[in-house]
Design a protein around this ligand. Structure first.
Ligand SMILES: [Zn+2]
Length: 446
């Protein structure tokens, strides 16, 4: 019987798109399954040019954007492709968290294959699906609370929570016949759940793993400014204290930690926090699984919902509309409001008419390249309305020195860097590292 091995089918020399196959004898399980944020993807698919819904696997295989793996895809997804349908040969798929680059290809997977997720991740995927165009497909969902040990043949998987910029993120301890593999998922040490990451690292270290699969989004040169979540709060507090005008902010739509930070900063400054209907829907759906710190529409004082002028409303939007505020209200009460407004909805500024000099807080990653088109458009709008740009963001990922510290503390036999454009950086992190080659099988040696 073949011994345990790891094969990296995605997330190799690219950020996102992790697809990690772990095998032990006849048992095969996969960790994460989403598209990457790679140049390769954007060389072929961009904006409205996307794989056809009638032949998604065919259109992605054409450019090597998906692995050619037997017994993984559904018959529907394989339509038109030269990869024949086979009954499941993968016995479980574990999703580390609900971000697109880890879960976004679930809709291509055979519905017979069990999909293992945290309770909060299942809730997030359902919410995202209800309020958007992303589909995850029907599956044999297995909702696993942290600490649950899942046995699949010779393999035992224990999900362990870590801190990331979305709630309910997991790392994993995968126990094989040749020892333990630790997989970090996406993780950081400077968010509100940093203690979870420290506990994961300690638990992983105590098992003396033969292999550590570690994300390295921020490995290598990164000139972008980064704060801790507490640092973001401090920066926003300072701005709101100084300003007597409407304040505006953009953040990632599912960064519930940031929404929580912004809500409390607004309240501290005596302002209402006004959020899009989609954010209100997310916070309401997630409220039962999150702590009391997280703002909830209808329950949290000073949290208001902004209704954009639209011709058509969706069913999921309607519960929030009766009590919603509009551009005229925001314009009138400017100095008492922090308005969350994302770039796709900047046309609302034409009605809101913020006074010149109003602060705009960019609470997302800075663009990596100088010719980023979205960034140029954002700045055109800010210039047009005379808004003052401020950057306050805490990344969802560990900085390079933190990655080195984690690698040393866990002290595995081999570190496999994934989810990074700079796997070569890991050579300086202490334990011996092996930047994986896509599609190659790495046998475990204890
Ligand atoms: Zn990711």
């Amino acid at each position: 019987m073949p011994g345990p091995s790891i094969t990296f089918l995605g997330g190799v020399h690219e950020i996102g798109g992790n697809k990690i196959l772990v095998e032990d004898g006849p048992d095969r399980i996969l960790f994460d399954f989403g598209p990457s944020f790679s140049d390769r993807w954007e060389q072929f698919y961009i904006n409205f040019l996307q794989p056809r819904s009638v032949s998604p696997v065919k259109d992605l295989l054409e450019f090597d954007l998906l692995p050619r793996l037997d017994g993984l895809y559904s018959a529907d997804a394989l339509a038109g492709s030269d990869l024949p349908y086979k009954a499941p040969e993968v016995h479980g798929l574990f999703v580390s968290h609900a971000h697109l680059d880890h879960a976004g290809h679930l809709d291509l997977v055979d519905p017979e294959i069990p999909v293992y997720v945290a309770p909060g991740t299942k809730q997030l995927l359902d919410t995202i699906q209800t309020a958007g165009t992303q589909k995850y497909g029907d599956h044999d969902w297995r909702v696993v609370p942290d600490g649950t040990r899942v046995q699949i043949g010779h393999l035992e998987v224990e999900p362990v929570p870590v801190d990331h910029s979305i709630p309910s993120a997991y790392g994993f301890l995968i126990r094989t016949r040749q020892g333990t593999i630790a997989y970090t998922g996406d993780f950081r040490m400077h968010g509100p759940r940093a203690a979870q990451t420290h506990a994961f690292v300690e638990q992983a270290a105590s098992e003396k793993p033969v292999a550590l699969i570690m994300e390295g989004t921020r490995a290598g040169p990164d000139p972008r400014r980064n704060f801790s979540e507490a640092g973001v709060r401090e920066g926003v507090d300072g701005l709101l204290e100084k300003s007597d005008r409407l304040a505006l902010v953009s953040c990632y739509p599912r960064d519930i930690d940031r929404l929580t930070t912004l809500y409390h900063a607004a309240r501290e400054a005596g302002r209402e926090f006004v959020v899009p209907v989609k954010t209100a829907h997310l916070l309401t759906s997630m409220a039962p699984t999150l702590g009391p710190q997280v703002p909830t529409p209808g329950r949290s004082e000073g949290l208001r919902v902004y209704a954009r002028s639209k011709k058509k409303t969706f069913k999921w939007e309607r519960p929030f509309l009766d009590d919603a505020v509009d551009a005229a209200y925001v314009g009138r009460h400017g100095s008492e409001i922090l308005l969350s407004l994302d770039l796709p909805h900047f046309a609302e500024l034409i009605d809101v008419r913020p006074p010149r000099g109003s602060p705009f807080i960019h609470s997302m990653s800075e663009p990596f390249s100088e010719d980023d088109v979205d960034d140029q458009v954002l700045h055109n709008w800010l210039d047009h309305f005379g808004l003052a740009f401020h950057q306050y963001h805490a990344s969802g990922h560990c900085a390079g020195p933190e990655l080195a510290q984690v690698a040393r503390q866990i002290g595995p036999g081999t570190v496999f860097p994934v989810h990074t454009e700079h796997p070569e950086e890991f050579a300086g992190y202490g334990p011996s590292s092996l930047p994986p080659v896509k599609g190659e099988r790495y046998p475990l040696r204890s």
